[in-house]
Design a protein around this ligand. Structure first.
Ligand code: FAD
Length: 361
């Protein structure tokens, strides 16, 4: 049962940088830990890596080499602790990536360094209870108030609550909200806005409600949550405006007139996360298979002749039929993942629709 955390309370479990953790931060996983302990372990590991400068340049370096390094780092971490890799992926690739690729210079200057240093802890509120893969159908609404120069963002119904949002239940201080932008009663489609959801003490901001998604069958080191917005106000500058913008007088401007193409341009920067999920999935298959194959090559069971040696598990056809197709598939997927990474890193700026708006203006 999800616990609702009301605004203005510190019961959200704020997380501040502790003293450098003592003991074995990266000791082998303890499967008896509660989800709260697993979540704290994830944050301790993040702090440990941060204090050693591991994240330097993860967002503030640009270009293919920087992206290659980031992908490789997340893959290595996923081999050890999938929750750690996902929690970092949400903060750096979804929240940070949205700012880097949907945003423009003003957003980069304000947010990227603070994100890299964990001064802000970001999450990414796109999925809703009623709409996941069909992002275009989300129901959260943003309207522009010309009198104050702010957007008003609202969750109009229960199916519009943001759902599964990684980092929302405990630690995130900020989020990128995806909402339908209504200008003079006309929908301009899905747009992304930055907003604060908690203060530095962990108090949830006014007019925001957050609930914990609770225990999951895996990834319990990530605090997934649900978020409702009750007509919160967001400054105009917080619209991530690489594809479209709202001017001070309320005029909507975009270099892409076709809403379908505009939507595609919005989603293109999310490709990094998709590449990362695909490649880490292959590594996780490799870890599982390494354990199973090694066991099959060392453990013996039953002998064919009365006093003969026992047979290796992997010499049994039943064992081979189970493991070898998976091994072959994982090898093929590994080549495919490397190919995917290569074509992603060699993409042109035009393909990513990077800064289309600023290029044209
Ligand atoms: C652990 C976890 C962490 C997450 N973290 C985040 C996060 O940080 N931020 C965020 O915004 N989102 C997050 N998500 C949400 C994730 O992006 C969505 O789960 C994903 O987009 C799929 O949406 P959905 O779960 O609503 O399912 P959908 O894919 O929308 O499917 C809904 C239903 O429709 C069916 N269906 C889907 N497609 C078809 C089709 N073509 N034909 C027929 N039936 C179909 C499915 O079988 C399912 O029953 C997270 C999810 C999980 C599980």
């Amino acid at each position: 049962m999800a616990t609702t955390l009301s605004s203005g309370t510190g019961s959200s479990g704020s997380w501040r940088e502790p003293d450098l953790p003592k003991g074995r931060v990266f000791a082998a996983p303890d499967y008896n830990q509660t989800k709260e302990q697993q979540r704290e372990a994830t944050m301790r590991r993040i702090w440990h890596l941060k204090s050693r400068g591991v994240f330097d340049g993860w967002l503030t370096d640009f270009g293919a080499d920087a992206e290659r390094r980031l992908l490789a780092s997340l893959e290595c971490l996923a081999i050890y602790d999938h929750s750690l890799s996902v929690k970092l992926g949400v903060h750096f690739c979804l929240w940070g990536g949205a700012i880097k690729f949907f945003g423009t210079k003003r957003h980069h200057d304000k947010w990227l360094k603070d994100t890299e240093n964990y001064v802000v802890k970001g999450c990414f509120a796109m999925t809703e209870l009623g709409h996941g893969s069909n992002v275009r159908g989300i129901e959260t609404v943003a309207t522009y108030d010309t009198n104050t120069g702010e957007f008003i963002i609202n969750t109009p119904c229960e199916s519009a609550q943001k759902y599964w949002i990684g980092g929302a239940a405990n630690h995130a201080t900020h989020t990128v909200i995806f909402a339908q932008l209504l200008m003079n009663g006309t929908s301009q489609g899905v747009h992304a806005f930055i907003t604060q959801i908690r203060d530095a003490d962990g108090n949830i901001c006014p007019n925001i409600r957050i609930a914990d998604c609770g225990h999951k069958i895996g990834l319990n080191g990530v605090d997934n949550g649900r978020i409702w917005f009750d007509n919160i106000r967001v400054p105009r500058e917080n619209l991530l405006n690489s594809v479209a913008d709202v001017l001070e007088d309320g005029r909507y401007v975009s270099s892409i007139k076709d809403p379908d193409q505009r939507f595609a341009a919005f989603l293109a920067p999310l490709t990094f996360g998709r590449v990362n999920i695909a490649t880490t999935a292959v590594y996780i298959s490799k870890v599982g298979l390494a354990i199973a194959v090694r066991y099959g090559l060392t453990r013996r069971a039953f002998s064919i002749s009365p006093n003969g040696p026992e047979v290796l598990l992997l010499d049994y056809p039943s064992h081979q039929r189970r493991l070898l197709p998976l091994l072959a598939k994982t090898c093929a997927m590994s080549c495919a993942a490397n190919y995917l990474k290569r074509i992603y890193l060699q993409r042109t700026q035009r393909q990513t629709k990077l800064s289309i708006y600023t290029l044209v203006l």
